[in-house]
Design a protein around this ligand. Structure first.
Ligand SMILES: [Zn+2]
Length: 423
């Protein structure tokens, strides 16, 4: 048969390579005309799915599944993925022949990429997964592994959501990946407190690049650039347009070219996944009194607390009733304080940038429940943080405005039209 003769030729080539200094033999005389092999028999494989147990290992899984030569399967898989990154939820698809021997193992890494290890038998064509556009695999050698990725496509998409119970939940309800909530909260962090300002019925519009799997399923893979967003809420309307200055700074401005950045953030709580419901939830701000010298924000233990402005850490440690406590001195003569933390992430003397997470909120010291106590001092005197009107920083230069307006024009029109349609 043609095919067996071809495999002999390959064995010869391989042994010639092994005996080194000899010049490589000329390529075998081309018998390609007839070399198109007859279709190989497809072996019917039965599929089952197994998951690594909590705190378990891959070898345990293979042992439980009574797989022979576990070490080879593991080593082969390790040649294409980092096994330390396996999670308990990862599903392994096991393909066995009629004798029960494992022929192929597929690990889904995400909706669009998977690691495949398969047995090489000269006459085996391993069929692809039913739902994946993958050509059959032909293998030579004992086990072969590869990481396979489906084709993907990036498009700019218009996102329109209406807040129901929380920003996060509204995204989930609208079939958007909720990861964008953190980007939006980041962009609007100077104007919006995502814990207390977000109300039912508020609308969020955004133009964002989205990478999806090509083809029918169109499954979400990742967000790319956020080009612009509008938050139209009860507390006001805020817009953000991405713009790169001629000097290369890539940041967000409002429609008039004013930077969204201010010397102080609106809230000391970094937006973390919140699913609290309106009505049943307590208002995040518990109260403010003069003696109390600060604001209490209701926050579950472990909510990230970020520095509202650039500064230098002046205290980080235990301080009586304040429990785990951090103070930061800012260049404008103001000082901020963060109390009852469950964890401190900074040390005294450290220079930190705005948005640095100084710790996690908690319930330490004299605290009647999980919350963040936030204090603000001017010239050594406590003042009401709400009375502060932080100034915006870095507006665009006047002579740059025409270029800016032109750059954001398309995004502004699309978002504006979308906003108009429903108001
Ligand atoms: Zn307090």
């Amino acid at each position: 048969m043609m095919r067996s003769r071809l495999s002999i030729a390959w064995v010869l080539v391989l042994s010639a390579c092994a005996a080194e200094p000899i010049a490589p033999p000329p390529p075998p005389p081309v018998a390609i005309i007839e070399a198109t092999p007859a279709p190989l028999p497809v072996i019917a494989l039965s599929e089952s799915t197994a998951k690594i147990k909590r705190n378990g290992t891959l070898s345990q899984l293979l042992r439980d599944e009574k797989i022979a030569e576990q070490d080879q399967w593991i080593a082969s898989l390790a040649s294409v993925i980092d096994l330390r990154k396996l999670r308990a939820s990862d599903a392994f698809h096991l393909f066995r022949d009629e004798t029960g021997a494992l022929k192929k193992l597929v690990l889904d890494r995400s909706v669009w990429e998977r690691a495949i290890v398969a047995v090489a038998a000269p006459d085996v064509v391993v069929p692809p997964l039913a739902d994946a556009p993958v050509p059959p695999l032909r293998f030579q050698g004992a086990l072969a592994a590869k990481l396979e990725r489906d084709p993907t496509v990036v498009k700019t998409e218009l996102m329109e959501i209406e807040i129901t119970s929380s920003l996060y939940q509204a995204l989930v309800d609208g079939d958007w990946d909720p990861a964008i909530a953190f980007d939006l909260a980041d962009v609007f962090a100077w104007d919006l407190d995502f814990y207390s300002d977000v109300q039912r019925g508020d609308r969020v519009l955004a133009l964002v690049d989205v990478r999806r799997r090509e083809g029918e399923s169109n499954a979400f893979i990742a967000y790319g650039k956020l080009h612009g967003a509008i938050y139209a809420g009860e507390v006001g309307r805020f817009s953000a347009y991405r713009y790169t200055t001629p000097s290369g700074e890539d940041t967000f401005y409002d429609e008039n070219g004013r930077s969204l950045r201010k010397e102080f953030l609106k809230s000391p709580l970094k937006y973390a996944h919140v699913t609290s419901r309106f009505g049943s939830r307590k208002h995040p701000v518990l109260g403010y009194t003069r003696q109390h010298a600060g604001i209490d924000f209701a926050a579950s233990v472990g909510t990230p607390v970020w520095a509202v402005g650039d500064g230098k850490v002046t205290f980080a440690g235990w301080q009586g009733g304040y429990g785990k406590f951090v103070t930061v001195r800012h260049p404008n003569g103001l000082e901020t304080a963060y109390a009852h933390l469950s964890q401190i992430n900074v040390r005294v003397g450290q220079h930190i940038a705005q948005k640095t997470v100084v710790g996690m909120s908690g319930n330490t010291g004299l605290s009647s429940g999980p919350h963040l106590h936030f204090g603000l001092k001017r010239g050594g005197q406590f003042i009401n943080p709400f009375s502060l009107k932080p100034i915006r920083v870095e507006p665009l230069a006047a002579d740059e405005l025409p270029r800016f307006k032109e750059a954001i024009d398309g995004v502004m029109k699309r978002l504006g039209e979308a906003l108009q349609q429903r108001t």
